[in-house]
Design a protein around this ligand. Structure first.
Ligand code: HEM
Length: 148
């Protein structure tokens, strides 16, 4: 197996960890926000792990970006849908999603009321999930499944 295939497999598989952690964080934050619950140590950890997983995925993605044959820097890139997607669109949308997660996490930390902490995570992480889902759908690859 080549380094490229290995990195692709890692990045592809890691999406599930990121998505599951984000989904769990969103569910708990909506529950906490709407039912005005305490902001527990468990809440804090899950929100942090979701952030860390997104940053890890960013690093794997960056490594992949420089070895993937789908990333092409050429005159034709912008006219060719697949090359444009992997060279420009995927990286832009995913970094945007990760920025939303990072801002949401840091804003939530600065809030003092539990309700506001939950609300900030709920809003920013939900927006991030939407961006990630749209990006994966636009890739035209299977939403659940890995390339080989
Ligand atoms: C939350 C963040 C991200 C998620 C959920 C995600 C998800 C994915 C998925 C599902 C694939 C397709 C894998 C397959 O076909 O098996 C993929 C491929 C790829 N991603 Fe990401 N990605 C993320 C962030 C990034 C970032 C930030 C970069 C670049 C810096 C990046 C670069 C790539 C590249 C280059 C490919 C490979 C195309 C190929 O060679 O087949 N990704 N990503």
């Amino acid at each position: 197996m080549t380094l490229y295939k290995l990195t692709l497999l890692l990045h592809s598989g890691f999406r599930y960890i990121v998505m599951v952690l984000l989904l769990l964080a969103v569910l708990q934050s909506f529950a906490g926000w709407l039912s005005k619950k305490e902001y527990t140590e468990g809440n804090r950890k899950l929100n942090l792990f979701a952030l860390i997983s997104a940053h890890t995925q960013l690093l794997i993605g960056l490594a992949l970006y420089f070895i993937s044959p789908f990333v092409v820097f050429a005159k034709e890139t912008m006219h060719e849908a697949t090359a444009r997607y992997w060279t420009v669109e995927h990286i832009s949308m995913m970094i945007f999603a990760i920025v939303l997660i990072t801002i949401g996490h840091s804003k939530s930390k600065k809030e003092t009321l539990p309700e506001n902490k939950h609300r900030t995570i709920a809003i920013f992480y939900t927006l991030a999930i939407i961006v990630v889902v749209v990006a994966i759908v636009q890739s035209k690859r299977a939403f659940f499944g890995m390339s080989n």
